[in-house]
Design a protein around this ligand. Structure first.
Ligand code: 7TS
Length: 413
């Protein structure tokens, strides 16, 4: 008789760790445990080398004729192709380089938003948005006398989908939604959100700042109209991000910043603009970091996202089990579908104090409101302690976190 066994692919975390030189660092005389990956992830040596190699060997502005410039242009455009494949966009014309997710949201708010939003229109966001997916829409709504509507969040930290469906009407022009919450770890049902929005005639912007590193991203399958992420949260450098938009929508949008590179012809009377994607990339871009972003994305692809995800899910499960039995500790965000991120509060202890005591023990976490003040208000807390895991974290590091939290509690309560 034939037996089928599913063998979980093994993941050699000690090998992975060798690729990240910073992980050998000591903080407060102990080997650092870096658990602030949702803020920014650490960089593999290959990414650091790519930056160094660019500046040492072919630093030049792009789109010029000399050899160095041609090499720089080729490397810069190679990243665009890698990004296209990484998120499964149809064309490189749909990939706009930005400084990060924040700039992606603002670009759409200032261009598409200013053209398409008028008095009485509605923009729908959720109660778990990062400030960067609240403030630009709020500014736009104030300017246009449009209305910002909020999808409420359950006690578990999930979107109340029934309430969402009721918010959708012909007045809704845009739904802008976080794919994965940076404060709760919740994975939102974006496909369903997008399908419902489209039925109502609204476009959808997906904030992929936290999802891109953990989940498979397929913008065509998702059918989102816009998707944004930051390179620095996907093991890449700071200062470079991506805005994806459906080609037809990007073509019809007005330009964002004016300047060099985004024009076809300029006279004092009139300017004609470049084709996609250059239309939205005014001025000298962040060439070095964009080139190194390709190396970061290749690194993730080579290590296989699904295998990384298994490892991260194991860490999440283990850390949740270990932390939830600590007396006085409450996990904020217990959604069924979560990435490897745990937010928690401790009775009679301020998150900030816990953060300092963890740092004293060599452990880096983020404390505070995580740029989600309305969400913190929803849960009635001033902030949380957040431990967020990446591919290089280990069970031993979770053990260190757990014993450090216990020690901190003893000192504070
Ligand atoms: N959206 C989400 C969901 C985020 O988590 C962040 C950054 C942003 C947007 C903004 O990204 P940026 O690269 O443009 O700054 N989140 C965090 C965080 O959780 N801790 O530090 C930054």
């Amino acid at each position: 008789m034939e037996t089928t066994t599913t063998i979980k692919p093994t993941f050699d975390v000690s090998e992975i760790r060798k690729s990240f030189p910073i992980l050998e660092r000591e903080v407060n005389n102990q080997l650092m445990v870096y658990l602030d990956n949702a803020a920014t992830s650490q960089k593999p040596q290959a990414v650091i080398d790519a930056l160094n190699y660019y500046y040492s060997n072919y630093n030049a502005n792009i789109h010029r004729v000399h050899t160095l410039a041609e090499e720089a242009t080729a490397a810069y455009e190679a990243t665009r192709t890698t990004v296209k494949d990484f998120i499964n966009a149809k064309s490189t014309d749909e990939i706009i380089f930005t400084r990060g997710t924040t700039e992606g949201v603002n670009l759409v708010a200032y261009t598409w938003g200013r053209k398409n939003i008028t008095e009485g229109d509605e923009i729908i966001i959720s109660g778990m948005e990062h400030h960067s997916n609240i403030v630009p829409w709020q500014i736009l709504c104030n300017e246009k006398k449009a209305v910002l509507k909020i999808i409420p969040v359950s006690d578990e930290g999930e979107l109340l989908m029934d309430k969402y469906k009721k918010l959708l009407s012909s007045k809704a022009k845009l739904v802008s939604i976080v794919h994965v919450s940076n404060a709760l770890g919740t994975v939102n049902p974006v496909k369903e959100i997008i399908d419902e929005a489209h039925k109502a005639g609204a476009l959808v912007f997906v904030d992929g700042a936290q999802s891109t590193v953990h989940l498979d991203i397929d913008v065509q399958e998702m059918d989102c109209d816009f998707f944004a992420f930051s390179g620095h949260k996907v093991y890449g450098p700071t200062g470079v991000g991506v805005l994806y938009g459906k080609k037809k929508i990007l073509e019809e949008m007005p330009v964002f910043m004016g300047g060099g590179e985004m024009i076809k012809e300029v006279t004092f009377e009139k300017t004609t603009f470049s084709d996609l994607p250059y239309k939205y990339e005014a001025g000298t871009p962040n060439i070095a970091d964009t080139i190194a972003l390709k190396v970061a994305l290749d690194f993730v692809t080579e290590n296989k996202k699904d295998i990384i995800r298994n490892h991260e899910n194991d860490l999440l499960k283990y850390a949740t089990e270990q932390l939830s039995v600590i007396e006085g500790l409450q996990i904020i965000g217990t959604a069924k579908n979560k990435v490897s991120l745990i937010s928690f509060v401790i009775k009679n202890a301020h998150p900030q104090d816990i953060g300092v005591l963890l740092d004293n023990q060599g452990i880096a976490v983020r404390t505070g409101h995580h740029c989600t003040q309305p969400l913190m208000k929803r849960f009635g807390v001033p902030g949380t302690v957040r431990a967020s895991f990446a591919m290089y974290n280990t069970k031993e590091e979770v053990d260190r976190l757990v014993s450090a939290v216990k020690k901190a509690i003893k000192m504070l309560t």
